[in-house]
Design a protein around this ligand. Structure first.
Ligand code: HEM
Length: 211
């Protein structure tokens, strides 16, 4: 019975990822339609889409270690949708900046970047995510072979750049960027061979603790 309940919970994971990733977008659209996006709706969209992109990016990074430690191979398959949703929010974040805030005006965008230097780190993070999104298909995975794994290390660079972008933008209260930085550092440490070996040894026991 418990085993069946556990299997059902695991099979619901992909659905939870799609719903959980799309609900913030639905709420954003609803708040836009009902005029609830604060007195500065453009800024609110910028902040919310940036936040969602970073949260989903970090969650996608957590899939491999969690799947390994809890011996739940299906968690590993959530990495791709989470990464793609992160890229979708980063795309909306960029679009809001260049199209809605700056009206595709290269001069204004240049001035905006000069004024807000942290935007360059955001652009760099987006550029690091771009090849990952493009090569996320099975076809690209086969074509690139081992290089696909190497290329996907870029996700750590994208995360570090996004957190630096976040930290420089908030100015005073650094608690949120620091929290993300700690999470990404822990996830990077979890990839070290010695940590992976230890996790493999304890993985079975952890897995047995689950209902
Ligand atoms: C694509 C180029 C990017 C541009 C032009 C850009 C621009 C901006 C701007 C202008 C803000 C500040 C909004 C304000 O204070 O009014 C911001 C905040 C933020 N951005 Fe970006 N960004 C970019 C990429 C990214 C990426 C790739 C991520 C994450 C993966 C990201 C995550 C964030 C976060 C977390 C915030 C702060 C949200 C908060 O304070 O709650 N940005 N971005």
């Amino acid at each position: 019975m418990l085993r069946r309940l556990h299997r059902l919970r695991v099979s619901l994971l992909p659905l939870a990822v799609h719903v959980g990733s799309l609900v913030p977008l639905a709420i954003l659209l609803w708040d836009f339609a009902t005029d609830r996006l604060t007195a500065n709706p453009i800024q609110e969209v910028q902040l919310r889409t940036g936040r969602y992109a970073l949260i989903l990016l970090v969650l996608s990074l957590a899939c491999s270690p969690v799947s390994r430690m809890l011996r739940l191979p299906r968690v590993q398959s959530l990495r791709r949708p989470l990464g793609l949703y992160a890229f979708m929010y980063a795309g909306l974040h960029l679009l809001n900046f260049v199209a809605i805030d700056y009206g595709f005006d290269p001069g204004l965008i240049g001035e905006g970047i000069f004024e807000k230097r942290y935007v360059l780190l955001g652009f760099a993070s987006f550029l690091a995510l771009l090849p990952l999104a493009v090569t996320s298909t099975r076809g690209w995975m086969k074509r690139l072979g081992r290089n696909w794994q190497r290329l996907h290390w870029l996700v750590y660079l994208a995360s570090v750049l996004a957190i630096a972008h976040f930290a420089l933008q908030v100015k005073a209260d650094l608690s949120r960027p620091v929290l993300f930085a700690v999470a990404v550092t822990v996830l990077m440490i979890a990839r070290l061979p010695v940590v992976r070996r230890t996790a493999n040894r304890f993985g079975g026991s952890l897995r047995r603790l689950l209902p």
